[in-house]
Design a protein around this ligand. Structure first.
Ligand code: KIV
Ligand code: ZN
Length: 514
């Protein structure tokens, strides 16, 4: 069976989602989980974009051993040399260089003639080959580029030693049949096409990123670029979990295999969601809370008689546990530890485990059944970083009654001092946020507030996402608690911590010109 390369760009393109910027430590944590998921290539960042991004690529290149580490770079010597420097410690490294090839981008954005673009592409690949023999070249806005010009550029870069050529659908404009046809004809027309792996990189503006990528596979492509939960610029990228499970479930159609350990998919999805503050919609394929839930009587009856009647994949194959009620308040430390290990949650030290266990005990006092999702939420960055953060929620109370004005009182830590604040609001959540703001005066704008039940039933913990913006910076905070007003307070405080953090939050391309 043909092998298909899974190239994950959660840490580069995914990070370009508004508010999804991550610190170096957060990127490192995701990179280690991607290694556990067994992705072939991790695009760790854009080394030339900032010192912070350079350090993140370098840290990942130092630690991750089982995946190739890649850095993006524009098609110029300075970017490429910086990428090479950041990648130097990697056991296996790739430089990914790109330039736009559509008439629109060349004329309006680059202000370059096609011949200049062709020459720059050729020189960039030649230069990159001095540092590694694994060089990828991308024709940005490839799906809207003139096929004749694409053929010339691709033939030239392969001749210079590009080992992977990627034809992105940068603006999510392609449709599957036409995109597949373009890829097939390029492969047929480029004389040296057999010397490179062909790759797709699709955006989801029209909801067709996965379909377009799979159409590429049917037309000879052997690398898919994708992100966890489909994170990415604007409407996002091809979702890794969806293409991987489509390829696996429909091997009969695609005839290719990946190296991915699919049982790590759900854990990876949750990690990325909690770190970036982008919740996964319940009806999201493969990783959504409802992806394997059968609500209608006819479906439930069918599944009980023979699960294949309505299930095309097994939930446990993607990392959902079969028995989701796991622990309660009488469960001991060993049972907790075992479940944490079974869920594949990385625990750095005994102290981290012990502090998660005491958070688990607190939660079990308030919630009779603890589900796997609750355990995973205990290990979210907000929970782990809780005790070192500048702002910390100590307690809160709120009052609301039909026809009355809701009010809240919040006690929280700001550095070394405790602040008590009260406020009235439209509703209890509004009152809590106003109370916190009355002391912090962050002056930030609330861009997004969303609540999501982590599991089912009214006993579920609410997971709240808060997105704040201030001075051009956008951050997401996440908080989980059985009390959704408390979850909201935690999420607001988590977002404030990110706004005020001293560790650089990376977001490579936002400040970059072509
Ligand atoms: O969407 C795009 O074209 C990209 C390239 C840099 C690969 O992200
Ligand atoms: Zn992209």
């Amino acid at each position: 069976m043909d092998r298909l390369i899974i190239f994950d760009t959660t840490l580069r393109d995914g990070e370009q989602s508004p508010g999804a910027s991550m610190t170096r430590e957060e990127k490192l944590r995701i990179a280690k989980q991607l290694e556990r998921l067994r992705v072939d290539v991790i695009e760790a960042g854009f080394a030339a974009a900032s010192n912070g991004d350079f350090e993140a690529v370098r840290a990942i290149a130092t630690v991750v051993k089982d995946s190739t580490i890649c850095s993006l770079s524009r098609a110029n010597d300075k970017d490429i040399a910086r990428a090479a420097e950041a990648l130097a410690p990697a056991r296996s490294r790739r430089i990914h260089t790109f330039i736009a090839t559509s008439a629109l981008h060349m004329e309006k954005k680059l202000r370059m003639a096609p011949e200049q673009v062709l020459e720059q592409a050729r020189l960039a690949v030649r230069f990159a080959r001095q540092f590694t023999d694994d060089v990828e070249f991308s024709t940005e806005d490839g799906s809207r580029s003139d096929p004749d010009f694409l053929c010339r550029v691709l033939e030239a870069v392969i001749a210079e030693g590009a080992t992977t050529v990627n034809i992105p659908d940068t603006v999510g404009y392609a449709v599957p049949a036409q995109y597949g046809q373009l890829l097939l004809s390029l492969r047929e027309r480029v004389a040296n096409s057999h010397r490179a792996v062909w790759s797709v990189h699709c955006h989801n503006d029209l909801g067709m990123a996965v379909a377009n990528s799979l159409s590429g596979v049917l037309n000879g492509v052997r690398q898919i670029e994708c992100t966890i939960n489909g994170l990415g610029e604007r409407a996002g990228n091809t979702a890794l979990e969806e293409v991987v499970m489509a390829l696996r479930t429909r091997r009969d159609v695609f005839g290719v295999d990946t190296r991915i350990d699919t049982t790590q998919i759900v854990a990876t999805s949750r990690l990325v969601s909690t770190i970036t503050g982008f919740p996964v919609q319940p009806n999201k394929a493969v990783v959504g809370a409802n992806a394997f839930a059968h609500a209608s009587g006819i479906h439930q009856d069918g599944v009980l008689k023979a699960r294949q009647t309505y299930e095309i994949m097994r939930a446990e194959d993607v990392g959902w546990s079969a028995n989701r009620i796991v622990l309660g308040k009488l469960s001991g430390r060993n049972a907790f530890k075992q479940r944490v290990q079974e869920l594949g949650i990385p625990v750095e030290s005994e102290t981290e485990l012990q502090s998660a266990f005491s958070r688990f005990k607190d939660l079990a006092d308030r919630k009779a059944e603890i589900f796997d999702e609750d355990i995973q939420a205990l290990f979210s960055d907000e929970e782990i970083g809780h005790h070192n953060e500048h702002f910390r929620l100590l307690s809160m109370s709120q009052r609301s009654q039909t026809g009355g004005q809701p009010s809240a009182e919040v006690l929280f830590q700001v550095g070394a001092t405790q602040e008590r604040a009260t406020a009235e609001g439209n509703g209890p959540v509004d009152a809590v946020f106003k109370a916190i703001e009355s002391r912090v005066a962050s002056g930030s704008e609330l861009l997004l507030y969303s609540v999501n039940a982590i599991t089912t039933g009214t006993e579920s913990q609410g997971e709240v996402t808060v997105r704040l913006s201030r001075g051009g910076r956008i951050v997401n905070g996440v908080g989980a608690d059985p009390d959704i007003v408390a979850a909201s307070a935690k999420a607001y405080i988590s977002a404030l911590n990110k706004l005020y953090t001293t560790s650089e939050r990376l977001n490579p391309q936002t400040s970059m010109a072509p």
